[in-house]
Design a protein around this ligand. Structure first.
Ligand SMILES: *Cc1c(COP(=O)(O)O)cnc(C)c1O
Length: 345
């Protein structure tokens, strides 16, 4: 085991600060799904909490409970996948905010809450075109009317109305925002006054102020992962918090073998396309299998450090663009078995 992911918590904190300053006065919800995009949940949420972040986006209930364990009672923790009855009970017990994107789930949450004797906070989700769950516009008026009734009965508290947008084209996002505005008006007509309206993720939170509402849900940018095809990290004022490194384990005439490979999460399609940082400067990646082979440099020695991304090498998004994916995908593929090493650069 020679590979490791260095996580620069000071850079993470600086990115978070940059995002918060950009979106203010809107709140930041730091999205921490997939083990905080591969950076390690506990250290990330502790750092963010020290920086004053009070909202966390956990995706699944298990992650939400892990954030609660790490940080205690104070933060608000939003989860938006409650797949089973057990999940709902767990979410209520851990005082999580629950994203609700269908009518049956709304009833399940209300029923579970009255059994448990609590009043869970729910965030109602309108489908604004992405079709990744969410209540369809034609069913929305009845849905918000029912939510208002359940709130009046004291079984739930409607804390938010939200949706998710593709951030792929401004036109599509504009159409989604029109649908979102209509949903807000209908929720208001039903008597709901949700404190938290949230729509934007990383890209729109920076580029489109009118998408910020009360809160933005940002993952990628906080980790310093820019959008593929978008503005570069320096223009955004961000830098990757993660630096993936591995040591040289064998030296040949033409190639050097580095102790990281496909099993540790490197996409083999990067071979022939990517370059890595070496003590002698950038070198091309020749093949990725069990290990990675890289063009040799003079003086290469076993134990030399090679940087796959971050630091002096390219960013996760630079790698992603070579193979038609997104930086998040590169970051979350790093095997959970690789050590995470925390500290400053
Ligand atoms: C992952 C996710 C986000 C964060 O997206 P980034 O582009 O990483 O900022 C926001 N909202 C939802 C619903 C998500 O699933």
């Amino acid at each position: 085991m020679t590979a490791r992911l260095h996580v620069d918590l000071a850079q993470l904190a600086a990115n978070i600060e940059r995002v918060r300053a950009t979106v203010a006065p809107s709140e930041l919800m730091l999205v921490v799904k997939d083990d905080a995009y591969g950076h390690g949940l506990r250290e990330v949420v502790r750092t963010a909490s020290r920086e004053g972040v009070t909202w966390f986006g956990a995706f699944d209930v298990r992650t939400g409970r892990a954030v609660r364990d790490a940080l205690g009672d104070a933060p608000r923790i939003f989860t938006w996948i409650a797949a089973t009855g057990g999940d709902i009970d767990d979410a209520i017990a851990a005082d999580l905010d629950i994203g609700v994107g269908d009518a049956a789930l709304l009833e399940d949450v209300a029923r579970a809450a009255s059994a448990a004797g609590g009043t869970p906070r729910v965030h109602l989700k309108i489908d604004t075109g992405l079709h990744r769950n969410g209540v369809r516009p034609e069913h929305w008026p009845a849905f918000v009317a029912r939510a208002a009734q359940l709130q009046a009965e004291g079984s739930i508290e409607v804390a938010g109305v939200w949706s998710h947008i593709a951030e792929a084209s401004d036109d599509e996002d504009d159409a989604a925002r029109v649908a979102y505005e209509r949903a807000l008006a209908e929720a208001s007509a039903a008597g709901l006054r949700p404190a938290m309206r949230h729509l934007a993720a990383s890209a729109a939170s920076f580029a489109r102020p009118e998408f910020r509402y009360d809160m933005v849900r940002v993952g990628a940018f906080c980790y310093g992962i820019r959008s593929a095809g978008g503005p570069d990290a320096a223009a955004l004022g961000l830098a990757p918090a993660g630096r993936l490194e591995a040591d040289v384990i064998a030296v040949g005439d033409r190639e050097v073998t580095v102790g990281i490979g496909a099993l540790e999460g490197l996409p083999s399609t990067l071979a022939g396309r990517a370059w890595v940082g070496t003590p002698a400067g950038p070198r091309r990646v020749l093949a990725i299998g069990e290990w990675t082979s890289v063009e040799a440099w003079s003086g290469a020695a076993v134990g030399d450090t090679v940087t796959v991304y971050g630091g002096g090498a390219g960013s996760p998004t630079d790698l992603a663009e070579l193979i038609g994916t997104i930086g998040e995908e590169i970051a979350v593929r790093v095997s959970p078995l690789l050590p995470r090493v925390y500290g400053a650069a």
